[in-house]
Write a protein that binds this ligand. Structure first.
Ligand code: ATP
Length: 514
């Protein structure tokens, strides 16, 4: 019997100043398995994996790989040992082609790969082997997020790895792209590779992994076989209590119209039509959802409503007042809060502290400023209160927000925007990157905001999120609103057909089921 340890990280400690990210984590991964890593935001998953791929050096602890001690000084050394990682934020250069990206960091590309066409042939061959559909001459900036991810995965495979680590790979993928990725992970394992992936999505973990390790407070607290566990047990192991999968909702009477959108059309950044003749209303005490596969105009709709993308035609009214054409600074003064889809591009400034990010749009408002002077005490107290309520894990309100885990950054953005007490809450992807316990809390908060009288527009690619809180759900396809449904699980099939643009079949199904 071969008793050689394949991969073991033992008693790993990692500190950043006073912050303990790894507190003696021990993780054992078997050869040729898909091993999922779960845990609350800030539990230390990314840090542990960054140690395994040579990005971070541990303060203490050891790694054994294929029976021998492994000491890594850089990601390049990890690749030499056949361990590679695909990070949450891709490390690709957008204005280069796929092949050019693959040449980067390979030393002298001309010497390594003398013939460019040979490189392209090798990329094509590997892409065909795994059905990845990666074209070596494609420009990165022309590719969808899902395609870019396949380029990134292929790049790591191209370097000849045995262990592939993925950090929340499905967070930004459509459902179809997710299905495709999960199949790919299985193919890789069939081909002799070992996969470790970080996820917050329990259904995916249950579908694809062989074993699951759960991290809490910088340690691995349990490793279980997927076939012997359940989503409920995993949630409990992660959060330390039962998580409500269904939220209690009381019926509430809607009030006046807060947001009224009529015949709105706008182009995307490339000046192509993205939102086409969209009309809808959102009332006080109402949560209206917009479902759809990403890339169907939802992002542009959110940007137009936030004053960040000009309308080509149509009108947007807030509290019966025309706001179409207002600049983003003027829109920001309106009673409107915005949780953007991409927190790094729009929600936060990574180099600023938590406190500075909290007052980003309000630094001239009382109580944060009086007579042009910032009131640091009031700012710090407000930030600490938000951190307490939303359990944002950070050592201090003065640390740069870039040092927070992804989920904790998102929680701070959600906390900041909800605290503005707006008339309209515009949310695009509420729960992206946050753990299941925090999702429950954030969704309950949104429901509380509704009962308190807010009008809420919730754009999401997560149907479960929409079904849990919305009063009505519109489906967006090809820039248009193609249907409106109640949040009824019995009509999931119809919802799916509309999301795929199959309106005729959806209408037939609706008629057949009465
Ligand atoms: N460069 C850094 N400087 C200071 N603290 C850091 C740094 N990187 C990570 N941390 C801290 O280490 C802890 C663990 O972070 P990590 O990113 O591993 O969490 P995670 O489990 O991946 O969370 P999430 O699910 O939110 O992505 C967090 O408290 C985070 O703030």
């Amino acid at each position: 019997m071969n008793t050689e340890i394949f991969l073991k990280m033992e008693n790993i400690h990692k500190r950043f100043g006073s912050v303990v990210a790894s507190a003696g984590a021990t993780l054992e991964v078997a050869e040729n398995e898909i091993h999922a890593l779960l845990g609350e935001n800030g539990a230390g998953k990314s840090v542990l994996m960054n140690i395994l791929c040579g990005v971070l050096a541990p303060n203490e602890g050891s790694i054994v790989f294929k029976g021998a001690p492994l000491k890594l000084g850089s990601p390049r050394e990890a690749i030499q040992h056949r361990i590679g990682m695909v990070h949450q934020h891709f490390m690709l250069v957008h204005n280069l082609t796929v092949a050019e990206n693959y040449m980067l960091g390979q030393g002298s590309p001309l010497r390594l790969i003398r013939d460019r066409s040979e490189l392209c042939d090798r990329i094509r061959a590997l892409s065909d082997r795994y059905g990845l559909d990666v074209q070596p001459d494609a420009l990165l900036e022309d590719l969808s997020v899902g395609q870019q991810q396949r380029v990134e995965i292929l790049k790591v495979l191209f370097q000849g790895i045995d262990v592939l680590i993925l950090d929340e790979p499905t967070a930004v993928l459509t459902h179809q792209e997710t299905d495709r990725l999960l199949l790919l992970l299985r193919d890789l394992v069939a081909d002799g590779k070992t996969v470790i992936f970080i996820s917050h999505k329990l259904d995916e973990v249950m579908r694809v992994s062989d074993r699951v390790s759960i991290m809490r407070d910088g340690r691995v607290v349990r490793t279980v076989k997927t076939a012997e566990t359940s989503p409920r047990e995993l949630a409990r192991l992660m959060v330390g209590r039962d998580v409500l999968m269904e939220l209690p909702r009381e019926p509430v009477e809607c009030g006046q119209v807060v947001l009224s959108v009529t015949g709105l059309s706008c182009n995307n950044e490339l000046e192509r039509p993205a939102v086409r003749d969209v009309s809808f209303e959102v009332r006080q005490k109402e949560i209206v959802g917009i479902a759809g596969v990403s890339g169907n105009g939802q992002s542009e709709l959110a940007l137009a409503l936030a004053g960040l993308l000009p309308a080509k035609s149509g009108s947007i009214k807030l509290n019966n007042k025309e706001v179409t054409g207002m600049c983003s600074t003027a829109v920001r003064r309106l009673p409107l809060a915005h949780i953007p889809e991409d927190r790094h591009k729009m929600g936060i400034v990574l180099s600023l502290s938590l406190a500075e990010n909290v007052i980003l749009h309000r630094y001239t408002d009382p109580p944060f400023a009086t007579r042009g002077l910032l009131r640091f005490g009031a700012i710090a107290a407000h930030t600490r209160e938000l951190m307490r309520q939303f359990q944002v894990k950070a050592s201090h309100e003065d640390v740069a927000i870039r040092n927070l885990s992804g989920g904790n950054q998102q929680k701070l953005v959600v906390a900041r925007e909800l605290a503005r007490n707006p008339d309209l809450l515009l949310i695009n992807q509420l729960t992206r990157g946050i753990d299941i316990g925090a999702i429950e809390f954030v969704m309950q908060e949104v429901l509380r905001q509704k009962v308190a009288g807010r009008a809420i527009l919730l754009i999401s690619t997560e149907l479960e999120e929409l079904l849990a809180v919305c009063d009505r759900i519109f489906v967006m396809f090809g820039g248009r609103l193609v249907g409106e449904l109640p949040p009824d699980r019995g009509r999931l099939e119809e919802l799916g057909l509309l999301m795929a643009g199959n309106t005729a079949e959806a209408a037939r199904l609706a008629a057949a089921t009465g």
